[in-house]
Design a protein. Structure first.
Ligand SMILES: Nc1ncnc2c1ncn2[C@@H]1O[C@H](COP(=O)(O)OP(=O)(O)OP(=O)(O)O)[C@@H](O)[C@H]1O
Ligand SMILES: Nc1ncnc2c1ncn2[C@@H]1O[C@H](COP(=O)(O)OP(=O)(O)OP(=O)(O)O)[C@@H](O)[C@H]1O
Ligand SMILES: [Mg+2]
Ligand SMILES: [Mg+2]
Lengths: 257, 257
């Protein structure tokens, strides 16, 4: 059984896509088979691994009418790292799903064969910055939620909102759902604010915060413009090192000795 | 007649709230009367000016059932700078509006009395990072759209999407709608990427890009945690200076000699 992890936070620009893409790439480097589903109509994860957003290529049709999720899986340039890309029309799914019946359980049902097939050990879902129908589908399909959290004030404000949403879903549509972990991103130890935010998050969610802090680095911001994960674009840089450490910690948390 | 400006970009974390709050504060400093509407359920603009998100305080009820927008106007600590705050329940409006008839024209109708009253010269609407029903209401109510654009690759990818959306609305629900301008945010002249993104945007939208580039500064990130605009929190800093220059440019663009 593949573990399904939604990478979600309704606050925008906190590093969801950067974390989904680079953590996936680092797990592949450690010989895990990983699938990344780009559930954001912006399609940043798709371009970050060098693929194009093609009409009909995303989960869109699958969510609205049926069809086979596995048929939309594309290989990336990296062996054992596959993706279901985004497409522009995916934005339409937000409205169409809400107007349909059982709007939030469609991805869960479509994922069942892929989850059971054993092709992948981890399936990440990169979510858009909202609690619309697409993110709700991801949260109802997932085993855990990885919450990237920028070390900034506004991001801290939003943490209680997503934590409450996860609690509500655990009590309802997805009893198995849990916070997989909180990853502190764009951390800069030089500023008071950065340190204060980390301390505050650790105080409220002591056993959920990943020890690895992802620093703000220029290379992490540049890598997507070359369509490469940072471990390919800047192999030995501090961004690549940080995500490799995160991958090690992720494995340790999921594969107890 | 007040000019209504939607501060919008579906890409997350690009500086929409930071720009809405600080541009508004700088216009007030130049003796303009300004109203800020927080249309984001996250409520970052509300806390950035030091107010609480109170149940019933937002546009939520007005959008769904009626009621008076003017009655929800709150003063901030700064004379001539008022706000209609956000509230948590506002998140529910996204779904409820889509399931209603004429989901996107409710804010426009509710704003008509405030727009005509002449109390304010500018009304800014801070939008959430999506094209959901709340942002669509803002785009259908607005005279212009101010697009904050982070000097990063992913933000560049999204620009064509919002530009196309504005074009569609001009051809349909809101013929008067125009791009008021594009504000480059979190600019760092030291990186190649920053310069490349600015050049690219200027190439595609030559007469729309504000000349003022907003630099990335620690103080701009800290100010919201004190509930103050940057011109109050760090009066003479480079963040305050940049937004004052932006305000001057904004006035020049709107009040031709
Ligand atoms: N650690 C980092 N150092 C420097 N830049 C980063 C880092 N992490 C992310 N970025 C950059 O910051 C911006 C926001 O990150 P990203 O797009 O991954 O966030 P997101 O949460 O996926 O955004 P959205 O809410 O729009 O989906 C991007 O331009 C990205 O390249
Ligand atoms: N010029 C700047 N320098 C440094 N930090 C900034 C700057 N502008 C914004 N920030 C910080 O970057 C983060 C993102 O900015 P902000 O929240 O204003 O963006 P947004 O587009 O409103 O986000 P969302 O999409 O979630 O609504 C915030 O933590 C903010 O404090
Ligand atoms: Mg993203
Ligand atoms: Mg905002």
């Amino acid at each position: 059984q593949a573990r399904v992890i939604a990478v979600a936070n309704q606050k925008g620009g906190v590093g969801k896509t950067t974390t989904a893409v680079n953590l996936a790439a680092c797990l592949v480097e450690r010989r895990k088979k990983v699938l990344l589903i780009d559930l954001d109509p912006q399609g940043n994860a798709t371009s970050a691994v060098g693929l194009d957003k093609l009409p009909g290529g995303s989960v869109y049709q699958v969510l609205l009418g049926g069809g086979d999720l596995a048929a939309r899986v594309r290989p990336t340039a990296y062996r054992n790292f596959d993706i279901i890309p985004s497409e522009l029309d995916l934005a339409g799914a937000e409205v169409e799903l809400i107007r349909s019946d059982d709007p939030f359980l469609r991805l869960r049902r479509a994922l069942d064969p892929l989850r059971a097939a054993g092709t992948y050990e981890v399936i990440f879902i990169d979510c858009p910055p909202s609690f619309g129908a697409l993110t709700m589908n991801a949260l109802c399909a997932a085993d855990g939620v990885l919450i990237p959290l920028q070390c900034e004030y506004f991001a801290l404000e939003g943490l209680s909102v997503i934590a409450r949403m996860i609690g509500d879903l655990r009590a309802g549509a997805n009893p198995a759902l849990d916070i997989d972990g909180i990853v502190m991103t764009m951390y800069s130890g030089r500023t008071k604010l950065g340190q204060q935010v980390v301390q505050e998050v650790v105080r409220h969610f002591p056993d959920k915060v990943y020890e690895t802090l992802i620093p703000r680095t220029v290379r992490l911001g540049e890598a997507p413009s070359f369509g490469k994960p940072v471990i390919v674009y800047d192999r030995t840089g501090i961004g690549a090192t940080a995500y490799r450490l995160l991958a090690r910690e992720f494995i340790r948390r999921h594969e107890p000795p």
